[in-house]
Design a protein around this ligand. Sequence first.
Ligand SMILES: Cc1ncc(COP(=O)(O)O)c(C=O)c1O
Length: 449
Amino acid sequence: MTDWDRDQVLQDDTFLIHPLQHPQDHSNPVIYVKGEGSTVTDIEGNTYIDGLSSLWNVHVGHGRRELGEVAARQISELGYFSCYAGVTLIPAAQLARRLSELAPGHLNYTFFTSGGAVSNDSAIKTARFYWQAQGKTKKVKIISRDHAYHGVTMGAMNATGISSYWPGFASNLPDFLHVDAPYPYHYNPQDTDMECGEAAAKSLEDAILREGADTVAAFIGEPIQGAAGVIVPPDDYWPRVRDICSKYEILLINDEVITGFGRIGHWFGISQWGIEPDIITFAKGVTSGYMPLGGIIVSDAIHACIQQAPPDKKWNHSFTYSGHPTCCAVALKNIEIIEQEGLIERSLVMGDRLLTGLHRLANLEHVGDIRGMGLMAAVEVVKDRETRTPYEASEKIGARIVEEMLRLGVYTRCRGDSINFAPPLVISADQIDRMVEVAREAITTVTEG
Ligand SMILES: Cc1ncc(COP(=O)(O)O)c(C=O)c1O
């Protein structure tokens, strides 16, 4: 397959600290060496369907020579130069203009970063800046939701609502708080007759009233909560949230790191609910993962605030790699591919096939919930379907299903016992069907075997 020797690679690997590092999770690492379309191949020559676009990001599929050619051309012309004020770079300016065409109505101005978490930190800082610049100096609090994943830099980690990311890092920054997520499968109305979407929106409004609207800068949320297990909100949720944010003068930040660039049938997923946030954060699919790039797209009003600040109170936020010309050139080509190959429409057609296929797993005894939108779906497995009781975490059911799926030739990841599916937008019908069959076999083996 390749000249590399597995043992040699593993010796080198002892020097590498991986994301989410723990020896227990790294006893027998897979070494991927090649990708083509919706498949990846390991060092031993085994080929797998990439059921998660690696980390929800390889929208146009693996092995795209045209992206390599664009990168090579840009690197040979001007691989890197700073894009700090006083300089501009052609790919960065072109990409910013393109994004203003693709983003909803009044979102027209982009600042580039190199990934998702730093984009969210940039959005949080920008929201605070917006209010500070208007003399509303107490408006600093950031509200996010349970189950949210916004990345793990200091600000993003505090907005993240999956508590396993907090211990050990002396997290708990002041002025970050979490409210309920709209999670229909686990919604328990108890003593209210409210539907799930209304109740979750009310939880946001209650928090604003409790804290005081004059202390809250922004609410941040993923249109569909991805890493937590593809939690799709009821249709009334986002319009309600938009109204609440407008009513109390709170900026709405949508984290489109997963849902952006066609994953759920729109350039930006929030368009599904017909609303416009004040800031969009993006990363992943903007380059299909071929280059590290992210950013924030801000509204005309926020841009005006940045532009009008006096020099000694300017928006003093920056990254060395903001506007990186090679990353931006690859993003432009990637967007062109998504458009020319009709991949946004394809995410709906193939997504429909995926969800229909997964719904056929509903006859399995331990399949509790099947949900998704576009090419983003999850199957949640539970111990008792009647009572929706989850398995003990120590049983590691989700992890075992994912392991079994890999053995059967499909790569994916899980969150708890929710098995996630987000293949490249170029996936074929046959590959979707195979993925569903493998899921059936793996769930059956692990839960009934
Ligand atoms: C919705 C969302 N936001 C932010 C991030 C963080 O992105 P990064 O890992 O590039 O910092 C992720 C990563 O999976 C994500 O899913």
